[in-house]
Design a protein around this ligand. Sequence first.
Ligand SMILES: C[S@@+](CC[C@H](N)C(=O)[O-])C[C@H]1O[C@@H](n2cnc3c(N)ncnc32)[C@H](O)[C@@H]1O
Length: 334
Amino acid sequence: MNYIGSKFKLSSWIKEEISQKVEPKNKIFCDLFAGTGIIGRVFKKDAKQVISNDIEYYAYVLNRNYIGNHKNLKEKMEVIEYLNNLPLRDDGFIFNNYCSPANRLYFSDENGKKIDTIRIEIEKFKDDKDLYYFLLASLIESADKVANTASVYGAFLKKLKKTAQKEMILEPAIYEENENEHLVTQKDANEFIKEIKGDILYLDPPYNSRQYGANYHLLNTIAEYKEFEPKGKTGLRDYYKSPWCQKGKVKRVFEDLIKNADFEWIFMSYNNEGLLKSEYIKDIMSSYGEYYVIKRKYKKFKCKKNKKNLLFPFSEAIHSETIEYLHILHKRKS
Ligand SMILES: C[S@@+](CC[C@H](N)C(=O)[O-])C[C@H]1O[C@@H](n2cnc3c(N)ncnc32)[C@H](O)[C@@H]1O
């Protein structure tokens, strides 16, 4: 998934840098702002346990599948095939609120109907949690591939783009199988940090004011599938506003998190365009132990801007290259 702040392309580098400082084998590794779960996924086979947390429900669904699922689900491909071949219904929430009948062209009508049909059917599997989250994650990933947006869900395109015209095929969200039990949660990072302890803490908080709940609202709507009154032209829903995206609050939550973290090693990804300045991060982290920093140039996620086809062009600064920092703290025992 094309995700704001995704570490997909940086995951091998991050794993290598972390492993040079601390051997992940048999360690408890926590990915506290897990998003798509890619960093937890690269540590899943080495760590004794991965703790994967994110405040957004769609992220919980992805991580509950990619990290939480670790046993073979024998029937999974059969169910995928069954869901792909259901007769389409036209009475669902997505088709009626996020397709042409509502003048919100987030999906083609056919795909909107297919998302509804599959989502409603998935509910019948809710007693088998492993299968349920595997299916939900598969639907979120597959729907995202045919969304008629310029990457995020803050706006839709006026005309269906090529990928949005294709029929959505439910593809399996394949996870790695292994013996270890992992923990997946959907909590506020600053609250959750007080409940856990471990060896390696990886932090990848939001770094600017773009709220994930607003930019990925439709993924939460598909995942939760509870009716509500969509607002305005874009059909936005109420969403969680993270203090990590707010200039006036981010320093407090950062300091509080570093203070309360009961982990020997803390690694934090942040870039040079973030709300927190590198000098400030260094000052705070150094006061809790030995501090190091590693930098790397990086071509970051760009919103594919196509002004002509955007109904609500959003003004996002597009930087072709940024500097990605990995701030490291070897925390003193308190
Ligand atoms: C930069 S993204 C993480 C990207 C992730 N590493 C990846 O590669 O997909 C930041 C994440 O922090 C989450 N988030 C924002 N505020 C949070 C909070 N207070 N507690 C937990 N998660 C939060 C967002 O939902 C988002 O998924």
